[in-house]
Design a protein around this ligand. Structure first.
Ligand code: EPZ
Length: 419
């Protein structure tokens, strides 16, 4: 087991680079199963979840080559269209292979995801959508078995609620379905747009990605291509908050400001000065006091749930009462009790966390519980007085590429220790 030992109090100064998006890499890797030709993806971040997805794709029989941030996949021979429990239980995004495998092979056997720290996170919407494209789906022994012996048939599918990977799964199935599909109440996340851009380069016919209605004209086969995925907006947002919470003077390099509008607006409202110093760079500093700001997490382009925990850490340093409402997941406040151990004054009332600030944060022993909660603890620790130990940092490694190396390069003092 590994832990971080962090000395707090140093302002972050300089330039910190952003990696490729984990949540774009996962669906684009799965999309490579849709063709027997070679697909090359660049800027793939070497984080644990990507390793899990690559293992999963290799398990199906596809050939995968990894050279740094470049992943080359040739799925000419998909002998085993399945995602086994031992893989899916470590990463629920494994369900992203369901759509591609049914569309390409006419069948798929994917383990149901286990529970997850932040909520039940079922995949009923994914399954229901595929059934509307003609797949016959049954569940037994903890697995989803989906078959479409005559192939999938285009349909109009309206999601009961917006689902990011549900939209991505359906999109990857629809591109090879016969006829037209219309996806209503589709997710509008940048990662959905990035996936659509890859599929179009592979020969798919897609319109409207990034809006609530996506139109797809099915094609019979898709070809190979090269694609560089987008920057990780959640990592970029985490670094913006790191610069603010340490009252540093930090430039976040290699990001897409357009993908961060909601966070930037809320940080500016709280008194943080954020300037776009280049098309792919944001500079952050805090000239005066921080003021309390309320947020409610929503689907994109609303405030991202994946930045809620990090923003909460910042609000512990703001004057006044901040109301943080989590509307996407039912249990995404695990970081609250750990932040409280460091001196934060936060009360939970149902879906709302009420943060009273500013409070002096002091180093303590805390435990990471899920990916973004862990990032929030790192932010609190680099701003706290004294030493913090964060246990179970494997949660952080799932979605951040060497976060301590990047933060130490701009002044943080983080040591990774095995115990
Ligand atoms: C994606 O998860 C992201 N993961 C999550 O990021 C992110 O938090 C989430 O979208 C919301 O933005 C990837 O893209 C790999 P949803 P996803 O389906 O697709 C419910 C991170 O930290 N739901 O949009 O799984 C679900 O329980 C991760 O990088 C159903 O009820 O999220 C949730 O309450 C964490 N049935 C809501 O919808 C379904 O079939 C939104 O979930 C699917 C979802």
């Amino acid at each position: 087991m590994e832990k971080f030992v962090i000395q707090g109090g140093a302002p972050l100064t300089g330039t910190i680079p952003v990696s490729g998006s984990k949540n774009s890499a996962l669906p684009t890797l799965a999309a490579c199963l849709l063709t027997g030709e070679t697909v090359t993806l660049d800027r793939i971040p070497p984080v644990r979840d990507i390793g899990t997805m690559i293992d999963l794709i290799r398990h199906t029989g596809a050939d995968v080559k990894v050279e740094g941030g470049r992943v080359t996949i040739c799925a000419a021979n998909v002998e085993k269209p399945e995602a086994p429990y031992e893989v899916v239980k470590t990463m629920r995004a494994s369900s992203l292979v369901l759509g591609p495998l049914v569309a390409r092979c006419g069948r798929a056997r994917v383990s149901l995801p286990g529970g997850c720290a932040i909520g039940a996170r079922p995949i009923n919407l994914h399954v229901n959508a595929l059934e509307q494209l003609g797949a016959e789906v049954r569940q037994e022994h903890g697995y989803i078995e989906a078959v479409a012996p005559q192939g999938l048939k285009g349909a109009t599918v309206e999601f009961d609620r917006i689902t990011v990977t549900g939209t991505e799964d359906l999109l990857m199935a629809a591109v090879l379905a016969k006829g037209e599909s219309i996806i209503e109440n589709a997710a509008r996340e940048p990662e959905v747009v990035d996936l659509a851009n890859l599929l179009i380069k592979m020969g798919a016919k897609i319109e409207g990605a990034g809006t609530s209605t996506i139109r797809v004209q099915g094609v019979t086969t898709l070809g190979g291509t090269q694609h560089t995925i987008i920057a990780d907006r959640i990592e970029a947002g985490t670094f913006l908050i790191a610069g603010a919470i340490t009252r540093g003077d930090l430039t976040v390099q290699g990001c897409v400001p357009e993908h961060l509008r909601s966070l930037i607006s809320k940080m500016r409202q709280s008194g943080v000065e954020i300037t776009e110093t280049a098309p792919d760079a944001l500079h952050v500093r805090v000239p005066g006091k921080l003021k309390h700001v309320d947020i409610t997490t929503e689907e994109h382009p609303g405030f991202a749930t994946d930045l809620q925990a990090q923003f909460m850490a910042l609000m512990t340093q703001a004057e006044g009462i901040s109301f943080i409402t989590e509307k996407i997941f039912e249990n995404r406040f695990m970081h609250v009790l750990e932040l409280a151990r460091m001196g934060a004054n936060i009360r939970i009332e149902g879906r709302q966390a009420i943060v009273a600030g500013p409070t002096r944060l002091s180093g303590a022993q805390v435990i990471a519980s899920d990916l973004r909660a862990s990032a929030s603890l790192v932010l609190a620790a680099i701003a706290a007085e004294g030493e913090t130990e964060i246990d179970r940092v494997y949660h952080i490694d799932r979605g951040y590429e060497h976060i301590e190396t990047k933060l130490n390069a701009v002044g943080a003092m983080i040591r990774r220790e095995t115990h």
